[in-house]
Each structure stands twice: as structure tokens, then as C-alpha cells.
Design a protein around this ligand. Structure first.
Ligand SMILES: [Mn+2]
Length: 402
């Protein structure tokens, strides 16, 4: 059976909303035409509570994909919920769709609409002729909970089938920042293929001697250097145990670095302007250009007043420009930059970093309570209004003190 793995589409991601839809659509269409089934290891949606307009657009895409003829079909499902389709489109919610347990998330909504099957904490069996493929899914859970969750669920391969374990977490091998991140050796044994989402760059590795595939996101989100590669999806062939990466058309992403030494603002701007001109002269689709400025600029101004914003605005028609001045210090200014750069902070997903920092502070503080830092983090990082966030966070903290 040929299984397409399409991940982290982040539909509804505001910064590159159109790119997210176009690129996801292309990936799903290509996948449906070249594979017998599609599996999605999380983050279809970018927001926990997507707006109706986003949900409708997502539903339209999945409706189109569902109408295709697939080589495989769903023949069994072990979950508690009812399923409403036999089409082999099988997903789990990712970190971006994760909401409180017991509440329906956006992926379950698509499942209820009969547009896919949510296989979180359940086994979905796909059949093609005599061949059976079983997919056990674990939707994204907070990192400090993942080992306990797996112990509780104790996923086991099904005899006589090709078994896939699909999850959506940070792994310690890829992000060695916290002991709570799961290690490859701690993943359930006996599966024929491991599939993970969450990482937005492509990864191919081995887990218990079998292949682990992470296709990466279909859209650019974090503007990190490892995201400069091609976007796309993977197709795994169970018959010969091989896989290939299928590229999709995606907006080019270029990172250019500039290093300055006691430069004036004018000099910094001039250097940036020259990089921009060089890039836009190359033509083609409007690229996303990130300029990293490092070194020391002469004193007498703030980074915010350097005029970089107006420079980006000036070239807005030719390129989507952003500046990274994290490694730029102003002469004589005491900066925390090196501190921050230690520990590979750069390659850690922002959300993970935030939660990690909050957990560390929480553990060091004298605050004692039975709630988890991740509960507080979920409230603080929610899309609700500031007042609502403060009220809910206050309730959680006060509840603990009573
Ligand atoms: Mn993601």
C-alpha cells in the first residue's frame, strides 16, 4: 500500500494564509492522486478555535479530496466515537489543535463531518485487497505528559498487519532541551513505521530499527534556517519498505546574513538595501527574505528606530522581508543576547520554549499547587482577550490556594 504523509498544514496561519491554503491543497491533491491512503500527523489547523471562514475552506478542500478514488478503504476502527467515512484519510490533532480533554477539537469536527478519521488513541485499519495497514495515533499532548500517556495507552501492533505509530511531539533526539521530551527508545515497540508531525523541517531517522518519517510542514511558519528546504509530503510504500519525498510549489524562503562592525545606522540600512536588491533582481515568485544582522552597531539609537520597517515596506511588492537583529548589539549596551543564544534556543519551537521557561520558573518558585505549568501556559497562550485570559489564569491560581 502506498501511504502519503502530509503534515503541519497550519491552515488559518495568518501571516502566510494564502500560501498555507494553496500549498496544503496542492499537497493533498497530489497525495490523493499518487497514494492509496493519506495520513496526517497533526496541525491541519493553525488555531485551536479556527474561525468559521477557515473551517469552511478546510472542509471544502477535504470534501474535494474525499471524492477521489483511493486504492484503500477503512475497514475497522477501534475508537469510542462513531466514524462517518470509509475514505482512507486518517489524522490526529497536533499541538495547535489541542484543547482540554473531553472537548471536541477541530480535527474531531472534520471527523464528525465525515471528511476524515481522527485516530487519536485508536487504531484505524485500512485494507487494500488482502493487505491490512493499522494506524495507531496519539494526538499531540503536552511534553511532560507523553510518557505517562503512552504507558496508559500501551499501543500494541496488530498481528497480520503493517503497523504504523503516528504521533505529534518533540523528540529528545531532535530537540535535546528537556528530559520530558520523549526519546526514540521510549516509543512503543513492534511497529513497522513511525510517523511524526510537529517538526517543520523534514526528518528521516530510525526508531527500534524501523523508519521514522517527519515530512515537515507544507507552509513556512517560523522562518528558521532549517525551513529553507523544499516543502512537500512523503509517500511510503509498504510493499518494498521505501519512501520518497514529493515536492510541492512553495514560496522561496531565503536567509541572508550581514555582519557589521561599529556601523552607523545608515551603513546598516545600506547593507540591507544591497542584499534586498540582489535578491529581488533574481525575479520569479515574490520570496520571503529574512536578513540576519549580527555584530555591533554604533551607539546612539535603538534597534527599533533603525528604519528597517520602512525599508521592508518600500520593497513590499517585490519581497516579504523580515529582519533578525537578535545577534546585533548596540555599542556599549549590555545585552542578554549571548545568554539567549546558548542552549540552541534558536531551533526550539517558540511554544515549547515558552512552556519550558514557564515550567522552569514554576519549579524554582515557592508556588505549590496541583495544577501543571502546561495548564497555565495553555490559558496564557490562548486566543482569548487579555481580560478573559487574566480572569481564567487568576481562577486557576486562586482555586489552587483555596
Ligand atoms: Mn506544527
Amino acid at each position: 500500500m502506498k501511504i502519503a504523509i502530509v503534515s503541519d498544514m497550519h491552515l488559518g496561519y495568518e501571516r502566510f494564509s494564502e500560501d498555507a491554503f494553496l500549498q496544503a491543497k496542492e499537497a493533498l491533491h497530489k497525495a490523493s492522486e499518487s497514494a492509496d491512503a493519506i495520513i496526517i500527523p497533526g496541525d491541519i489547523f493553525d488555531k485551536r478555535y479556527p474561525k468559521p471562514d477557515i473551517i469552511s475552506q478546510v472542509m471544502k478542500i477535504f470534501r474535494e479530496i474525499s471524492s477521489k478514488n483511493f486504492g484503500a478503504e477503512v475497514t475497522e476502527y477501534s475508537g469510542e466515537n462513531k466514524i462517518y467515512t470509509k475514505k482512507p484519510i486518517v489524522a490526529i490533532p497536533g499541538t495547535h489543535e489541542r484543547i482540554a480533554k473531553g472537548k471536541e477539537n477541530a480535527v474531531q469536527l472534520l471527523s464528525l463531518a465525515g471528511l476524515l478519521i481522527d485516530t487519536s488513541e485508536a487504531v484505524t485499519t485500512l485494507s487494500k485487497g488482502d493487505e491490512k495497514v493499522c494506524i495507531f495515533g496519539l494526538g499531540g499532548v503536552s511534553e511532560e505528559m507523553v510518557k505517562a500517556e503512552l504507558e496508559k495507552l500501551d499501543p500494541k501492533p496488530v498481528a497480520g498487519a503493517f503497523n504504523i505509530f503516528m504521533f505529534h511531539q518533540s523528540t529528545y533526539e531532535l530537540l535535546p532541551f528537556s528530559d520530558s521530551f520523549i526519546k526514540y527508545s521510549e516509543l512503543p515497540k513492534g511497529f513497522d513505521l513511525y510517523v511524526c508531525g510537529h517538526m517543520h523541517n523534514r526528518v528521516e531517522a530510525k526508531v527500534h530499527g524501523k523508519t521514522l518519517l517527519i515530512p515537515g510542514s507544507t507552509v513556512l511558519t517560523q522562518l528558521k534556517s532549517e525551513e529553507q528546504g523544499n516543502k512537500g509530503f512523503m509517500i511510503f510504500d509498504t510493499k518494498d519498505y521505501t519512501h520518497e519525498f514529493i515536492k510541492i510549489n512553495s514560496r522561496p524562503f531565503i536567509i541572508k546574513e550581514i555582519s557589521v562592525n561599529n556601523a552607523t545606522v545608515e551603513k546598516v540600512i545600506e547593507e540591507c538595501r544591497s542584499v534586498i536588491s540582489n535578491e529581488i533582481l533574481k525575479g520569479g515568485v515574490k520570496p520571503i527574505l529574512k536578513i540576519k544582522i549580527s555584530g555591533v552597531a554604533s551607539k546612539g539609537f535603538e534597534k527599533a528606530d533603525m528604519g528597517l520597517h520602512s525599508l521592508a515596506a518600500k520593497y513590499a511588492k517585490e519581497a516579504i522581508i523580515s529582519f533578525d537583529t537578535q545577534s546585533l548589539s548596540i555599542e556599549g549596551e549590555d545585552s542578554r543576547i549571548n545568554e539567549l543564544r546558548d542552549g540552541k534556543v534558536d531551533s526550539m519551537p517558540v511554544k515549547e520554549l515558552g512552556l519550558h521557561m514557564l515550567s522552569e520558573k514554576f519549579n524554582k518558585s515557592k508556588t505549590k499547587g496541583s495544577f501543571k505549568p502546561s495548564d497555565l501556559f495553555a490559558i496564557l497562550s490562548s486566543d482569548e482577550s487579555k481580560d478573559k485570559v487574566l480572569k481564567t489564569a487568576g481562577e486557576l491560581l486562586l482555586e489552587e490556594n483555596n
